[in-house]
Design a protein around this ligand. Structure first.
Ligand SMILES: Cc1ncc(COP(=O)(O)O)c(C=O)c1O
Length: 385
């Protein structure tokens, strides 16, 4: 029952800080835009928005938006795309469509909480398939094989990954798809950070394009920086699952916001440009973070990601929750302790998709300096270029 879902720790943490904290140094989405910036992408787009009809929209998502989304994939037709109000709605509906109490689910961990929580709440057995820092956060394929049971109905993966930033390599991604497909297990592939790979050649195929039992999850929020549109989708060749999800959607949102669908479609026609804008911000920010972590190597471990706008470094020598509390209260800089993801390794999520990241890191640096008489010894001050 949805009413018995446990509190979503990450969302509750953000609810405390997101709109009263100056520097969100742990956001997972990229720098956003104003409506006028999106409308400037095409002549007469403003007129189109002003004339856009505000009645109910088609429950599956408007045909032209689904057409635009299908272009992201190589084998997907518009009628294999189901548009939702954010990726979050799609996760909820997928789990309810695919699972029965007693089913077994394997979830790539640590994870965005709803990817495991909704299945648990449905009375499923959930096995965490854990990424290891020493392997660049990649979980072991042998452990996946060992975790599979006759009752395993769904494997959930997420790459590029929240919170670790892991971009799986192609070989292992293909292998996971084969393992699931050969055993008749549905693969739910959370690809909300796809198209944010630093090298386009590292981009993985979408699971739905290589596996007819897979469901790919996409969203406007992350790579394209348009979280406020609340437009997400699934793409799949699995017709029965698709049909079941459309039925369930009648009980959540019925259809999506009409202006959001208009703006999402416009944005997707220019998605490469929007992604590149954010990749440029990320590249500049990462160069700064590299210098920061190199200057403080005794206090942080740093696995540099190959995609996305987040990573999961480790703090050495002090409790991460205490560190984050002090940082936000004294410097107005928010980091996300890994305990929010049930991580016990003293990691924290850092986000580098926002334009004001350099100022936030500068304040973090000041914070470290102010603690230099305390438990953390501090290296030379950060040079901000
Ligand atoms: C891995 C992952 N999946 C799904 C979502 C949900 O996306 P949205 O908030 O746009 O619905 C998030 C958001 O942080 C996420 O990180």
């Amino acid at each position: 029952m949805i009413s018995s879902l446990s509190p979503f720790k990450l969302e509750r943490y953000f609810a405390r800080y997101e709109f009263n904290t100056r520097y969100l140094l742990c956001s997972s989405d990229c720098e956003s835009l104003a409506v006028q910036d999106l409308l400037a992408l095409e002549p007469k787009a403003d007129e189109g928005l002003l004339k856009h009809w505000l009645g109910y929209t088609e429950s599956l998502g408007s045909p032209s938006l689904r057409q635009e989304i299908s272009q992201i994939y190589t084998t997907i037709q518009p009628d294999q795309v189901l548009v939702h109000s954010g990726a979050e709605e799609a996760i909820l509906l997928f789990m309810h469509a695919a699972l029965q109490p007693g089913d077994h689910v394997i979830v790539h961990s640590p994870c965005y909480q709803s990817l495991s929580e909704v299945a648990l709440n449905l009375g499923c057995q959930v096995t965490s398939w854990k990424g290891k820092e020493e392997n660049g956060w990649m979980p072991e394929i042998d452990e996946l094989k060992a975790a599979i049971r006759p009752s395993t109905r769904v494997i959930v993966i997420n790459t590029p990954h929240n919170p670790t930033g892991l971009l799986m390599d192609r070989e292992r991604f293909l292998e996971i798809n084969q393992i699931a497909q050969h055993r008749g297990i549905i693969l739910f592939s959370d690809e909300v950070y796809r198209e944010s790979e630093f090298a386009a050649s590292d981009r993985l195929p979408a699971a739905c394009d290589i596996n007819n039992q897979a469901v790919s999850l996409g969203v406007m929020s992350k790579t394209y920086g348009l979280a406020g549109l609340r437009i997400g989708w699934i793409a799949t060749h699995h017709a029965a699952l698709y049909a079941r999800m459309t039925q369930l959607k009648d009980y959540t949102t019925i259809c999506n916001s009409a202006p959001s669908e208009f703006l999402a479609e416009l944005a997707l026609r220019h998605r490469e440009k929007l992604a590149q804008r954010n990749l440029d911000i990320i590249a500049a920010n990462l160069a700064m973070l590299d210098r920061f972590f190199a200057g403080h190597a005794e206090f942080f471990s740093w696995v540099r990601p190959k995609a996305g706008s987040i990573a999961f470094p480790k703090l050495i020598g002090e409790d991460i929750e205490r560190f984050c509390d002090q940082l936000v209260s004294t410097k107005g800089v928010l980091l996300l302790p890994g305990t929010i993801f049930d991580d016990q390794g003293n990691h924290f999520r850092i986000g580098f998709g926002r334009k004001n990241m350099p100022e936030a890191v500068f304040r973090l640096e000041e914070f470290l300096q102010s603690k230099s008489g305390g438990s953390l010894g501090i290296a030379a001050p950060l040079q901000v270029h």
